[in-house]
Design a protein around this ligand. Sequence first.
Ligand code: HEM
Length: 457
Amino acid sequence: RNMRKTKKNLPPGPPRLPIIGNLHQLGSKPQRSMLELSEKYGPLMSLKFGNVPTVVASSPETVKDVLKTFDADCCSRPYLTYAARISYNLNDLAFSPYSKYWREVRKMTVLELYTAKRVQSFRHVREEEVASLVEFVKESASLGNAVNLSNTLMKLSGSVICRVGFGINLKGSKLEDTYEEVIRETMEVLGSFAAADYLPIIGRIIDRVTGLHSKCEKQHMEDESLKDDIIALLLKMERGEAGLGEYQLTRNHTKGILLVNTSGHTITWAMTHMIKNPRILKKAQAEVREVIKNKDTITEEDIEQLEYLKMVMKETVRINPLVPLLIPREASKDIKIAGYDVPKKTWIHVNIWGVHRNPNVWNDPEAFIPERFMDNEIDYKGLNFELLPFGSGRRMCPGMGMGMALAHLTLINLLYRFDWKLPEGMEIEDVDLEESYGLVSPKKVPLQLVPVLTQWS
Ligand code: HEM
């Protein structure tokens, strides 16, 4: 009788192997594998990774349950072995469990960095950095050189975040050359499904074999070499008396905040889809040139009038949401979702990538069609559970305003001032759309395009 009383009604899921559970079913693209499995087992599905019970939400309804209805009980983060090592015992915002510490840091960062007023007040930083990017592209165009847009745009978002967050310029600092690599590798480590999280002892051995462990160690060491710069940053922050409630800023927070700059990847995806769809590129360019006309300076007010460009951005974050499974959550008590039991400590993955590519939610989901947002109120601001590139609820990305302001401003400049073509010998079919898998999913092969000077350059 007791057994019957405690038997849980868990969501359905695929059969498991001993010890590893369902780990073997993740493949190289976990978000895609999870979508395929959920087509068979349902929009709330149970998986077991090693000894960690997990559920995956993959329909707008179940995602809404996790991020809204039960947000308060689903907004903690599980302990991630390598995140803890890289970000020094979870002392940062994104990986911190739901706690007093997280609430304090979140409140401070939202106030200091992300409110609409603050986003506005850093506008000149974005405008200056984008202007310097335009100069760089102009130089390449006059030499007929291809630009590695993936790297250039990553550096752009890095420069903006460092200036906004810490008041320092990446240019000329020791971080300038290493920044991109450090961020990319850190993201790779953080985004991996690490065996150590799921299989005690043997997991660490597996991570040594797969190389994840050494990547993490390398991160740790490289980080030491950045120490001087980080200390310089902190001194500046402390002089600026950026208060953190009862907590003071430490190097740990800085690293945590440093991790999050993804606008560059979003712009790269937008350019990739446009170069693959010349009709869309032409239409977006025609709109931008019509609205900007011959103005010398492009400002953020111009974004408002660019209806088609905004649709291109929405379609970009739909088809390539940069954080495809959001950051994992953990149930902080026993809850019931969609009639199923989700016991305390269960890990929760929200497969927004799957929602964005679900044919029951979107027509022809694999195709890049900005026009699908015409006469359609769906937006990415966390209120429509069909489109959630920034998540929703308490853990929603606080950098959305900042990230999208930069992405739009950069795209306007790239489209208005230059024409774009593929490097010699490359055809449209050669531009691939492969994502690299990690916590963030940027384009795997860097995008190289040749800018062409125009009368507006
Ligand atoms: C296009 C750019 C960006 C995208 C697509 C993006 C997306 C996301 C997503 C999906 C999450 C996880 C939400 C969840 O777990 O429910 C997140 C968290 C976060 N993002 Fe962003 N983000 C972007 C830009 C930024 C920028 C520019 C900043 C900082 C200036 C930032 C700061 C953060 C922080 C601190 C968190 C952790 C929040 C928490 O756990 O409380 N993001 N972001």
